[in-house]
Design a protein around this ligand. Structure first.
Ligand code: CAA
Length: 259
């Protein structure tokens, strides 16, 4: 499939990389781009050779938000009947393999929300995060009011959502929004190294880990622990568990078959 607003490639034959590509609009996210992103991620998810995905943007912007020009004339019935956001943005939530956001520059509004929909965020030192929707007379509409407080706590989430201010990469790491901050020129190297490391592990265990951590994030503690325990027990039915533990006991490198 050919894409116009994203670029798609693989790295090491194992990592699917999607680069958002509307540079003049700072990668503002319109419907066409989100349709393409959803299609690309679903295709990578279905490809057995791919073990992990990366979404990235340009040096100046991961994404500066939903496309304000496109939204400006939407009416309530347009967005409600068209199922705006839910229809295509949330396809990423159906992706079962890990997705890493490699963020440099602005990640604002829907751009910050897209990064938060990924499984974790690696930020360049020039990254800036924020939910400035309040300045437009709206609120975050792609999960920001829910995912941001879970990531950084109520105080900082309220501060960002109510003042619309940006936070830099250092503050974002300190607050727990991003997993690591790296020099801008090392962003893709570090992210791809993490992605390739994930690809080394059992795909079954990786998917189970992702699903289980998401339970902690999206549900209550007791349900999350129960879900984790069931997934943990279930992994003892895989060949990869036998291989991984046998390799450790016998001091050799594990060779996983994703079975
Ligand atoms: N939508 C559409 N176009 C955008 C855009 C957006 N979110 N963000 C930037 N652009 C466009 C600008 O209009 C400009 O286009 P022109 O050259 O044609 O004028 C181009 O990108 C470059 O932007 P600036 O000239 O503004 O660049 P800057 O470096 O001076 O400022 C910025 C950068 C601070 C990110 C500024 O562009 C900005 O504030 N953008 C809007 C950020 C925002 O409000 N995002 C939230 C959107 S709402 C949302 O996302 C809803 C949701 O939750 C789903």
């Amino acid at each position: 499939m050919s894409y116009e607003l994203i670029q798609v490639r693989t790295e090491g034959g194992k990592v699917g990389v999607v680069t958002l590509n509307r540079p003049k609009q700072l990668n503002a996210l319109n419907n066409e781009l989100m349709d393409e992103l959803g299609a690309a991620l679903k295709a990578f998810d279905a490809d057995p050779t791919i073990g992990c995905m990366v979404i990235t943007g340009s040096e100046k912007a991961f994404a500066a938000g939903a496309d304000i020009g496109a939204m400006a004339t939407y009416s309530f019935s347009d967005v409600y009947k068209g199922d705006y956001i839910t229809r295509n943005w949330e396809l990423i939530r159906q992706v079962r393999k890990p997705v890493i956001a490699a963020v440099s520059g602005f990640a604002l509004g829907g751009g910050c929300e897209l990064a938060m929909m990924c499984d974790f965020i690696i930020a360049a030192d020039n990254a800036r995060f924020g939910q400035p929707e309040i300045k437009l007379g709206i609120i975050p509409g792609a999960g920001g009011t829910q995912r941001l407080p879970r990531a950084v706590g109520k105080a900082k989430a309220m501060d960002l959502a109510l003042t619309g201010r940006m936070m830099d990469a250092t503050e974002a790491e300190r607050a727990g929004l991003v997993s690591r901050v790296v020099a801008l020129d090392k962003l893709m190297d570090e992210t791809l190294a993490a992605a390739l490391m994930i690809c080394e592990f059992s795909q079954v265990a990786v998917m189970a880990a992702k699903e289980s951590v998401n339970r902690a994030f999206e549900g209550g503690l007791a349900d999350g622990i129960m879900f984790e325990r069931r997934m943990f027990h279930a992994l003892f039915a895989t060949e990869d568990q036998k291989e991984g533990m046998d390799a450790f006991v016998n001091k050799r490198k594990a060779v996983f078959k994703n079975q």
